[in-house]
Design a protein around this ligand. Sequence first.
Ligand SMILES: C[S@@+](CC[C@H](N)C(=O)[O-])C[C@H]1O[C@@H](n2cnc3c(N)ncnc32)[C@H](O)[C@@H]1O
Length: 244
Amino acid sequence: MLFKENKKKHFVKDKFSSVSPRYDLLNSLLSCYVDHYWRRIAARELAGFSSGPILDLCAGTLPLSLELVRQHGCQVAAVDFCYDMLRFGANRTKGTEGINIICGDGEELPLPERAFQGITVAFGVRNLGNLERGLKEMFRVLRYGGKLVILEFSRPQNPVFRPIYRFYLHNILPLTAGIISGDKEAYKYLAESIDAFPAPEMVAELMKRAGFTQVRHWPLTMGIVTIYTARRMKPGAEKDAEGG
Ligand SMILES: C[S@@+](CC[C@H](N)C(=O)[O-])C[C@H]1O[C@@H](n2cnc3c(N)ncnc32)[C@H](O)[C@@H]1O
């Protein structure tokens, strides 16, 4: 499934809308609850960066927004372009203070420059129509000294684990998730989008090209996911920061 940018956007919005009632259940089931651990680690990366507001981009049903509030008691702007995902999230976060929900496109954020102390994106960047444009938008809305944390699927490199994981991803997962969600195509897309996503080194390179410094990445759970962190430094301060 190869898409042009706009076609991908429509497809992605449509698929997330279709799976939204079962999204949280399937995430936990198919990852054996490990997805909670991954988000906990991602949120922890923003320790010390929560005095200002945090943007949780591609927030979906708000699991990471909730984790951010739980860990840091911060203000979170949760942005997603799929209204149905946000609606399910809003229901489960009723009574939680600090989460402000915004329906908007991550590639054209309806938000002012340098508004956020931190940004998180969990399992979102792979779904953007144009990753470079999305990264530039993240850079634009991040304050000087702020930190970006991205959590995204990657491809395990271990020669024994890799074929087992691929079999699971391309066969068992779409079948099981298709039955539960009623939309097998959405989970075929998940497997194919993981295959098509750039390798971590390339993603890190694109982050640098968007203007970020101190770009780091490391695998979690045998490389099923990769966590990326980066900073936006004041112009002129980048060299000191890289050296330090
Ligand atoms: C796999 S879900 C991740 C949801 C949540 N962050 C999590 O941890 O479960 C990806 C989300 O990205 C959203 N998304 C994809 N492209 C987007 C875009 N251009 N702008 C805003 N949201 C987008 C989808 O609507 C979907 O809710």
